[in-house]
Design a binder for this molecule. Structure first.
Ligand code: NG6
Ligand code: CA
Length: 518
C-alpha cells in the first residue's frame, strides 16, 4: 500500500491505460533493434510543430511522432549541455562530479576511459557504435595540453564508440574543425592548429579588435575572440586551413557521416548518437533553409534540424531498417533566444514560444530548463501517434537500453539510472518516483508528478541580463503545484510537509545515491 505522503506527492500515480502488446512485438523486442539517439541542442519544449510550435514547419519530426510516442513530461538532467550529456551517457548525475560544467573546446576528456558508458554497453552487446555531431565532453588527457596536429591520446574510441565524427565542443567554441576517430578531419599540414583559452595568438585578428571581419554574424554578448568564417568565437585559435568548418555546412557534414555509418552497418545492429549543432548558436544554416519561416535564423536552424531528421528516416526506409530501429529524438536542455549573437532571433519570434507553456528556459531552474521534447519510435513494437504524460528522465536511458539489449552492467556503473524501458516504450505508465533537475548554477530541483521543489540558491539574479531568461533562483525555498500548470505561486509556506519530503528525497539521493533511495 502506498503511504499518504507518497500519494500526496503524486508518486506512483497511473495516468494512462497500459497499451497491450502482441507476442510478436515482444519477440521482436528481444532481438537487437538499431538504436538512434537524435539529440538536438537547445531545442525547446515548444519549438517543434508537434509540441505546439508555430514558427517553423517540422514535417519530418511530425512523421516520427506519428510513428511513435510523444512524451510531454520528460526531462534532461541539466539545463546546459555538458552536464546533461555527461549524465545521459554515463548514467551518473553530473553534479556528483567536478568539472562537468559547460566545457571549453580544449577541455580534457571529462568521461574517463575507465568509466562504463552507454556506448561501451552497446558495444559489449554486439552493436557497432558511433557518435556524430556535437560532443562537448572534452578530448585528450589534459585540458589545454592537446596537440591538435597529431592523433589525440584519448578520444571517443576509449569510451566505447567504434566511430566518431565530432565537434570538440560547440560551434561557438574553438577549435572549429571536425575530429574523426581522434584526429582532425581533412587535416591541412600547411596550417598547423593551435588552440588556447588563455591568450590570443600574435597576428591573429580577433572579433574584439577587428569587428569589420565579422561578416557573417556579429556577437550580442561575448563571442569576440577568434574569428572563423566571419563569425566570432569563444577561445583563441590559429591555423586549421582547409580543415576549418563552414557553419553553413555543418548539418550537411554530420548528416552525411551519419548516413554513411547507417549504410555501412545495415546488416548488423548499430547504435548511433547523432547530436546536432542545431539549434545552438551561432545559428548559420545553409542557404537552402533560409527564409522559409518568419523567425529568421533561429527558425531556419529548426527547419535544418528537421531536414537532418528526414534524411535519417529516409535512409532507414530505403534500407528496410525502419521497422526494427528504435529512435529517440530529444534535446540536451531548454531553449534560449539570444545566446550571444545578433541574429535577430528575439525580434522575429512573433507568436512562437520556444518554451511552450513552461516558465524559464535554458540555464533555468524552472521547468523549461530541462523539460524537453522527447519522441520515441520503434515501429516493430510501438503503435504510433500516442502521447504520454509519464514523468521521465534521460538519466534512465542507459539502464533502459541495458535492459533492451539484455546487458549486464559492471558493478557501480550508471548509478543513477533506472530501467524504465517499459515507460519509454509506452507499456507502463507508472511515473518515475522523482526527477532531479540541475540548473546552470547547480541549484537542484526535485519534482514528482504533482510537485516541484527548487532548493534555495545563493545566486540573487532573477532574470539573466543577456538572455532575458528567468533563472528560477531564490534565497527562499520554492514549492510549486504542477497540477496548476506552470510554476506560478510559491506554496512552500502552505505545505511545509511536502517541502520537507521533497528535501528528504534530494538529501538522500545526494548523500546515499539513487539506488539506496528507491
Ligand atoms: C555560454 C555562451 C552561450 C553558449 C553556452 C553553452 C556566451 C555569452 N554565452 O557561456 O553562447 O555557448 O555557454 O551552451 O558566451 S550549451 O548548450 O553548450 O550548454
Ligand atoms: Ca545545449
Amino acid at each position: 500500500m502506498k503511504s499518504n505522503i507518497l500519494l500526496s506527492l503524486g508518486i506512483g500515480g497511473i495516468i494512462l491505460p497500459a497499451t497491450s502488446f502482441s507476442q510478436e512485438a515482444n519477440n521482436q523486442q528481444k532481438g537487437s533493434p538499431n538504436v538512434i539517439l537524435i539529440y538536438a541542442d537547445d531545442l525547446g519544449y515548444g519549438d517543434l510543430e508537434c509540441y505546439g510550435g508555430t514558427g517553423a514547419l517540422t514535417p519530418n519530426v511530425n512523421r516520427l511522432a506519428r510513428n511513435g510516442i510523444r512524451f510531454i513530461n520528460a526531462h534532461a538532467t541539466a539545463a546546459t549541455s555538458t552536464p546533461s550529456r555527461y549524465s545521459m551517457l554515463t548514467g551518473e548525475y553530473a553534479w556528483r562530479k567536478k568539472g562537468t560544467d559547460i566545457a571549453t573546446g580544449n577541455a580534457g576528456m571529462i568521461i574517463r576511459p575507465e568509466q562504463y558508458t552507454m556506448a561501451d554497453m552497446f558495444k559489449n552487446a554486439g552493436y557497432k557504435t558511433a557518435a556524430v555531431g556535437k560532443w562537448h565532453l572534452g578530448l585528450g588527457d589534459q585540458s589545454g595540453e592537446q596537440d591538435w596536429n597529431a592523433p589525440l591520446p584519448t578520444a571517443l574510441g576509449d569510451l566505447g564508440f567504434d566511430y566518431s565524427y565530432i565537434m570538440a565542443a560547440t560551434a561557438d567554441r574553438v577549435p572549429c574543425v571536425f575530429i574523426e576517430n581522434g584526429k582532425v578531419a581533412n587535416y591541412d599540414p600547411s596550417a598547423p592548429i593551435e588552440v588556447s583559452y588563455k591568450k590570443p595568438f600574435e597576428g591573429e585578428p580577433l572579433g574584439k579588435t577587428h569587428p569589420e571581419l565579422l561578416y557573417n554574424l556579429k556577437p550580442s554578448n561575448g563571442h569576440n575572440m577568434a574569428i572563423v568564417n566571419g563569425i566570432g568565437r569563444i577561445g583563441y585559435m590559429k591555423g586549421g586551413g582547409k580543415a576549418l568548418w563552414k557553419d553553413e555546412n555543418i548539418a550537411d557534414s554530420i548528416t552525411t557521416h551519419a548516413l554513411d555509418f547507417i549504410r555501412e552497418n545495415k546488416n548488423n545492429p548499430f547504435f548511433l548518437y547523432f547530436a546536432t549543432n542545431d539549434v545552438h548558436v551561432p545559428r548559420f544554416p545553409h542557404d537552402r533553409f533560409r527564409g522559409k519561416n518568419q523567425m529568421g535564423l533561429r527558425g531556419d536552424a529548426i527547419v535544418q534540424f528537421d531536414w537532418s531528421v528526414g534524411q535519417l528516416l529516409n535512409e532507414l526506409d530505403k534500407l528496410g531498417l525502419t521497422e526494427n530501429t528504435l529512435i529517440i529524438l530529444s534535446s540536451d536542455n531548454g531553449p534560449v533566444v539570444d545566446d550571444g549573437y545578433a541574429d535577430r532571433a528575439e525580434e522575429l519570434l512573433g507568436d512562437h514560444k520556444p518554451s511552450g507553456p513552461l516558465r524559464g528556459g535554458k540555464y533555468s531552474a524552472f521547468e523549461a530548463g530541462t523539460r524537453i521534447p522527447a519522441i520515441v519510435s520503434w515501429p516493430a513494437v510501438i503503435t504510433g501517434g500516442k502521447t504520454s504524460d509519464v514523468l521521465a528522465s534521460q538519466i534512465d536511458w542507459f539502464a533502459s537500453f541495458a535492459t533492451l539489449t539484455n546487458s549486464v552492467l559492471p558493478k557501480g556503473s550508471a548509478p543513477d539510472s533506472f530501467n524504465q524501458l517499459d515507460n519509454w516504450l509506452g507499456k507502463d505508465h507508472t511515473d518515475r518516483p522523482w526527477v532531479i533537475e540541475q540548473a546552470a548554477d547547480h541549484t537542484l530541483s526535485v519534482r514528482t508528478k504533482d510537485w516541484k521543489y527548487i532548493e534555495t540558491s545563493f545566486n540573487s539574479t532573477k532574470v539573466d541580463r543577456f538572455t532575458k531568461i528567468e533563472t528560477g533562483y531564490s534565497s527562499e525555498p520554492q514549492l510549486y503545484d504542477l497540477r496548476e500548470g506552470i510554476e506560478q505561486v510559491n506554496k512552500a509556506s502552505v505545505h511545509p510537509d511536502i517541502v520537507f519530503n521533497l528535501q528528504e528525497i534530494l538529501k538522500e539521493v545526494r548523500i546515499k545515491g539513487s539506488q539506496k533511495r528507491l
